[in-house]
Ligand binder design. Structure first.
Ligand SMILES: Cc1cc2nc3c(=O)[nH]c(=O)nc-3n(C[C@H](O)[C@H](O)[C@H](O)COP(=O)(O)O)c2cc1C
Length: 173
């Protein structure tokens, strides 16, 4: 699958089959996450990979009802910001680095035939604190987002065209 096909056929998948994800594919997904641009190349992230059913359920509970897809996912990845690596003049860039890593992972998964859904965590601080507690994270490691992954229960490979002409301005507003 080429890059544009992966982008145009990606969609959030919330219902997964029982099929597990190979360790090779997990590695590829993480490698994609670590391949994005980062502010001053500081790579201000860390990832926690979870495949145990019980822990996936605990992650879902900690994020509330919108994170229910984790309960039937083959894998969850908690994307964390690493504030130790933040760029002092503009430390908030860790949020951008985390988002780019997460999106790269969803697209890599799509290219491998694996579905995913992004489960928002930061800046909803109740979720952030519950994930922090669940994983025993140090203060400078901040939960950013969770991605649930698995093979889609129903294949859907249709391309979508979400282009909106009125969102684009040329040369001036
Ligand atoms: C920051 C962010 C937070 C999101 N949080 C959730 C969530 O908690 N639960 C969920 O089911 N989907 C969540 N989503 C997925 C969006 O609902 C989804 O991307 C959007 O509806 C567009 O659908 P699509 O991904 O199929 O294009 C989130 C997406 C983003 C980018």
């Amino acid at each position: 699958m080429d890059t544009l096909q992966a982008i145009f056929t990606r969609r959030s998948v919330r219902t997964f089959s029982e099929r597990q994800i190979s360790s090779e594919d997990i590695h590829t997904i993480l490698r994609a996450g670590m391949s994005g641009p980062t502010c001053v190349n500081a790579r201000q992230w860390s990832f926690i990979v979870v495949t145990a059913r019980e822990k996936l359920s605990q992650m879902a509970k900690a994020n509330g009802k919108p994170a229910d897809p984790l309960k039937n996912a083959a894998m969850g990845i908690l994307v964390c910001g690493d504030l130790n690596r933040a760029f002092p003049p503009a430390p908030d860039y860790w949020v951008v680095d985390g988002a780019i890593a997460a999106q790269n992972m969803t697209l890599a998964a799509r290219a491998l035939g694996i579905g995913s859904v992004w489960l928002g965590t930061w800046p909803q601080m109740d979720r952030v604190e519950r994930q922090r507690e669940l994983f025993g994270l140090p203060e400078d490691i901040v939960p950013h987002s969770i991605l649930a992954f698995g093979y889609p229960a129903e294949a859907d490979d249709e391309e979508r065209d979400l282009f909106e002409a009125d969102r684009v301005h040329y040369a001036e507003w």
